[in-house]
Design a binder for this molecule. Structure first.
Ligand SMILES: [Zn+2]
Length: 159
């Protein structure tokens, strides 16, 4: 009857449409993937082109103020990365410092570079480091013996 006919017609239309949409999705996805792949190849070639242009410019075989400016900008960015990487290394070496003992005044006490293992905890003195801590060889900041870099001045600590 009318109702059943309409219903099955609708179901069949839905099926056709779903298939159409699935095919369309497959086709467009494939094309989009191919376009992206070609774009990636262009990027790669551009990078190689740029590296080669830099070589030639540095060798004096290309005269171009524009290239010179671009290269200056690249060098500045590279320098920023180097600085940030050093900062990152120090940040990664940061350790939490107990705020208990204030650091001793600079120059008052000389801590030898090579110390005996701190087997005995030093008894309390205001000048000595508490057990498990040491002083920065550069700024005298107190830090755990495990610290590789001074949390205060960033100086690398001896073994
Ligand atoms: Zn320090």
């Amino acid at each position: 009857m009318g109702l059943f006919d309409n219903l099955s017609k609708t179901i069949s239309q839905v099926g056709d449409r779903a298939k159409f949409e699935a095919d369309k999705f497959q086709r467009t996805t494939k094309l989009q993937g191919e376009i992206n792949d070609l774009k990636r190849q262009i990027d790669t070639n551009r990078l190689e082109f740029g590296d080669r242009a830099i070589q030639l410019y540095r060798a004096g075989q290309i005269q171009s103020p524009t290239l010179g400016e671009l290269l200056k900008a690249l060098d500045a960015l590279q320098a920023s990365i180097t600085l940030k990487e050093e900062e990152l290394k120090r940040a990664q070496a940061d350790v939490y410092i107990e705020p208990a003992t204030p650091p001793p005044t600079a120059g008052v006490q000389q801590v030898p570079i090579s110390t005996e293992p701190a087997a005995q905890p030093t008894s309390a003195g205001a000048a000595g480091p508490v057990a498990g801590s040491k002083f920065c060889s550069n700024c005298r900041f107190q830090m755990p013996t495990s610290a590789v870099f001074c949390p205060n001045c960033g100086a690398r600590q001896g073994a």
